[in-house]
Design a protein. Structure first.
Length: 541
């Protein structure tokens, strides 16, 4: 029997609790000293003593619908270990793979899951997605192919597609070759085909999932030293076919910026190793920055892609390399001041208002990287320098403090739970390039990044005006809202902030069916015509 619990939240109470820690960092797990060997513990068994080792580029990372964080691979000496982090228990679990580095893989039979299957060790940017069933998917990376045993160090760009099922704890080799540096097959632009195959690539995490469950990826560095890409691909899990959607099928393409803010079918970002990426509340894809020409040139251009129209728009930033504007005053929005050009900056999040956030990275040509955190306001096309450019301070583990701040970090993994931003690992650029296994939590400061979403209504719906009932079996999976007025809007979101249900009340009583939803945490919001609202949490067990 499934159980649904609803927890109502009054807005003023929620704000009074969280405001005290807005804009603060908390060191949650891991070691303050770099280059730790970690502690694997027993495979599949969580423990407060478990912690992944310090590995550069924790490359593939996911957040599932229950709010668990997952990370795979990474490092200069590459890994194939899969880890899971659970927020509630603050514990890591080694789920799959090897404790030793630089291991070969077991591909098995394409399309057939097996407990013996395991991806080869790989790192340096792996494309990753989560599907609606919480399966974890990843493509490529720089690693070992089927010809490389654990004693052979050679690595190349991979183009194999893998799926991991958390329920069975098994990997499946789904698509692509199991050899490195495959040249791929572009086929005809815009047409899916069985023979279509992206070339091998690494140095990118630019991946998105569209509203119909298709996977998208952009650019990266292909086939060892052949160069950068600006190709955009779509993969349909139902048909197991790739489609070349946009961009060139050659290396080093300079792209076409067009007119800033104007969408056009001819617009295309230049080829790059791209790291910052987001999906906004409207389902559009975004990228920022990256590097071109083998780390010698960085960018600070911001692009938006609409999967419905299949068009790019250059939204913000410069169309030149190594742009280094001065730091503006903190918490001042501007459409003429942008973050410095950078790459290896995959640590990105989206707040509850749909604003896009980014932390740190590498600036080429300066040797003076900063631990800066920026926010881009989608609705107003403005950047805000929120905080940073100050000394690192870990503080006390588990205790938020205004003086806590991570070091300048390149290639850290980003996770999100509710409106909390989490960052794991990466490389501390202030300590001679030492690698980290620290896990940080950050709560965005709504007093710094103002938007309509952060403004409290003058009054709120009384808690007693909405009466929730939960019905046991045989009505299990349903709940009823009573006391509604005509025109009230009801929305339900999953743990990643994706809208999964919307309705407009036409009577005082509304029945909502969540019986087919997976176990996990969801959120509801009820709003009247005056934009007054009430919200709460739904827990399905």
């Amino acid at each position: 029997m499934r159980k649904i619990t609803l927890i109502a939240c009054l807005i003023f109470l929620f704000v009074s609790i969280t405001n005290a820690q807005q804009g603060w960092w908390t060191w949650m797990h891991g070691d303050a000293t770099p280059n730790s060997l970690g502690h694997f513990g027993a495979k599949g068994v969580s423990s407060p003593n478990n912690v992944p080792p310090d590995i550069f580029y924790p490359s593939a990372n996911w957040t599932d619908s229950k709010g668990n964080f997952w990370t795979f691979g990474g490092g200069n000496t590459i890994s194939n270990a899969l880890w899971k982090y659970e927020i509630i228990s603050n514990t890591w679990t080694w789920m799959h793979g090897d404790t030793t580095l630089n291991q070969g893989g077991v591909w098995g039979t394409k399309g057939v899951p097996s407990p013996n299957n395991k991806p080869s060790a790989r790192g340096f940017g792996i494309v990753s997605w989560v599907d609606a069933q919480d399966n974890l998917w990843m493509f490529g990376g720089f690693g070992k192919d089927i010809t490389n045993s654990s004693t052979i160090p050679y690595k190349g760009s991979l183009s194999d597609l893998w799926k991991y099922d958390p329920v069975t704890n098994m990997w499946t080799w789904v698509n692509g070759p199991n050899t490195y540096n495959a040249v791929g097959n572009y086929g005809v632009k815009g047409f899916a085909a069985v023979l279509n195959q992206p070339p091998g690539r690494s140095q990118t995490n630019a991946s998105w999932v569209d509203s119909t469950g298709n996977f998208w990826m952009f650019g990266g560095h292909s086939n060892s030293n052949l160069g950068e890409l600006n190709d955009l691909w779509k993969y349909e899990p139902i048909t197991n076919m790739w489609t070349w959607m946009k961009g060139a099928n050659t290396y080093g393409n300079i792209g076409n910026y067009g007119i800033k803010g104007v969408e056009a079918s001819t617009n295309e970002p230049s080829a790059r190793w791209v790291y910052a990426k987001w999906t906004d509340n409207a389902g559009k894809f975004w990228i920022f920055g990256g590097t071109h020409s083998s780390n010698t040139k960085s960018m600070n251009d911001l692009w938006r892609f609409d999967p419905v129209t299949n068009n790019w728009t250059w939204m913000s930033g410069a169309n030149s390399f190594d742009n280094l504007p001065a730091f503006p005053n903190s918490c001042v929005a501007s459409n003429s001041v942008y973050p410095q050009a950078r790459f290896r900056n995959p640590t990105t999040w989206k707040d509850k208002c749909g604003n896009l956030w980014m932390f740190s990275g590498i600036w080429t040509g300066t040797g003076n990287n900063k631990n800066d955190i920026w926010c881009y306001k989608v609705q107003t096309n403005e950047w805000v320098f929120a905080d940073g450019n100050r000394s690192k301070s870990y503080g006390t583990k588990g205790v938020a403090n205004a003086s806590n701040f991570p070091p300048p970090t390149q290639a850290g993994a980003a996770f999100q739970y509710n409106n909390e931003f989490w960052m794991f690992g990466g490389r501390d650029t202030t300590s001679g390039g030492n690698d980290l296994n620290t896990l940080w939590k950050y709560i965005p400061d709504s007093t710094c990044v103002q938007s309509f979403c952060n403004s409290l209504p003058t009054s709120i719906l009384s808690k007693n005006s909405i009466h929730l009932k939960i019905y046991p079996n045989p009505n299990n999976g349903y709940f009823i809202i009573e006391g509604l007025n005509n025109g009230m809007q009801i929305k339900i979101y999953d743990i990643l902030g994706r809208e999964i249900y919307i309705a407009v009340a036409s009577s005082k009583i509304l029945q909502i069916n969540l019986s087919e939803k997976k176990s996990g945490i969801y959120f509801y919001k009820i709003e009247n015509e005056n934009k007054q609202f009430s919200f709460g949490k739904i827990i399905i067990e």
